[in-house]
Write a protein that binds this ligand. Structure first.
Ligand code: KIV
Length: 293
């Protein structure tokens, strides 16, 4: 497909994602939190963008996702929407924006749609958030489920660790996945589980199943933008493939700038504005006159 044809592609819908699953056409999915990265995602033809609460760690420098607020997530989502107007954007519901009650879940999900024009929202948890998923779906909004390693409850899970590694734990995840589909979610994200578990869930569900660290048999793949571009340096999970090392490139460029400034190599003539013709001489004359008055 030519670049021109790609540009004219309409925004994908939940029906397109279903069809992609049926056809075995893999869904591409990255996180973004700001305008430049959102526009790069759109130019690169990503199928979906997640405005993840991982912004807490990747952008805000926090140690976990729990402190993120609704207002912060709405603002990131508005910015991403502006950068990627023709891409399916999903807002990530932050901690305590949906756990408390079905009503608050519907209201907070609604804010993402009303204030940031997202196409869907994502929330973490299995059977324990079914009434929230049902409520949001009944409110006419598209919901993506998220099971496996769920960062908002990583404390309960004993840290950021792989899930579903025993038969019993895997079976619980499969039950969660089936319940989420039944509740009306349009897709499910599965994080940090063995590929066999990712495959069983993908085969059993008719909605698209996306993986972040759930192996190669799912209907699509998500990576965190700071991980895959190599600019988030705090830690790198096993499931990440780095496609660039922006941290190295950025640091090198900044060091060069610092050295150039200190050694007067920057700015050069070509970086400077010129006074209009004859104006410098006029200024000199003015200054001479002012001094002699
Ligand atoms: O916030 C996020 O980016 C996420 C991913 C870790 C799946 O929820």
């Amino acid at each position: 497909m030519t670049k021109e044809a790609e540009k004219q592609m309409p925004k994908k819908t939940v029906l397109d994602f279903r069809e992609m699953k049926t056809k075995g056409d893999k869904i591409t999915f990255l996180t973004a939190y700001d305008f430049p990265m959102a526009s790069f995602c759109e130019k690169a033809g990503m199928d979906m963008i997640l405005v993840g609460d991982s912004a807490a760690m990747v952008v805000h420098g926090l140690l976990g996702t729990v402190p993120m607020t609704m207002d912060q997530m709405i603002q990131h989502s508005q910015i991403v929407r502006r950068g990627a107007p023709a891409t399916f954007v999903i807002g990530d519901m932050p901690f305590l924006s949906y756990q408390v009650s079905r009503e608050s879940a519907i209201e907070n999900a609604g804010r993402f749609f009303k204030e940031a024009s997202v196409d869907g929202i994502k929330l973490e948890g299995g059977r324990r958030v079914i009434k929230q998923i049902e409520g949001i779906v009944e409110g006419g909004m598209s919901v993506m489920g998220h099971i496996g390693l769920t960062p908002q409850s990583s404390g309960q899970l004993g840290g950021f660790r792989a899930q579903g590694r025993t038969a019993d734990a895997a079976r619980e995840l499969i039950e969660d996945a089936l319940a989420i589909e039944k509740a009306g979610a349009f897709a499910l994200l599965v994080e940090a589980v063995p590929p066999e578990v990712g495959r069983i869930i993908t085969d059993r569900l008719s909605i698209p199943v996306l993986s972040i660290g759930a192996g190669m048999y799912t209907d699509g793949q998500l990576l965190i933008i700071g991980d895959m571009l190599g600019y988030f340096e705090a830690f790198t999970p096993k499931f990440v493939k780095k496609y660039a090392n922006l941290a190295e490139i950025i640091e090198k460029a900044m060091r060069e700038f610092g050295e150039d400034v200190k050694s007067n190599k920057f700015p050069e003539e070509r970086h400077c504005y010129r006074m209009l013709d004859g104006e410098y001489e006029k200024l000199q004359a003015l200054l001479r006159k002012t001094l002699s008055d």
